[in-house]
Design a protein around this ligand. Structure first.
Ligand SMILES: [Zn+2]
Length: 65
């Protein structure tokens, strides 16, 4: 699972998106930005920020090796 907060992208909004992968996370934030922040599209810059700042959640067993 990946998660990203709107705050991580420089907003003061409390929205938080969670998805199984980054590929699914980006469109979630895109929808959110479109409806809540009136952005017509997500710039590549923001998309990069999402990829960079998204946190992994619930995958802690992976690092046991
Ligand atoms: Zn927001």
């Amino acid at each position: 699972m990946k998660k990203i907060r709107c705050r991580d992208l420089g907003s003061s909004c409390r929205f938080e998106a969670k998805a199984k992968s980054l590929e699914q996370l980006v469109p979630l934030m895109e929808d959110h930005a479109r409806f809540k922040h009136d952005l017509k599209f997500l710039s590549l810059e923001i998309e990069d920020l999402i990829r960079e700042r998204a946190q992994s959640v619930g995958e802690s067993q992976k690092e046991k090796e």
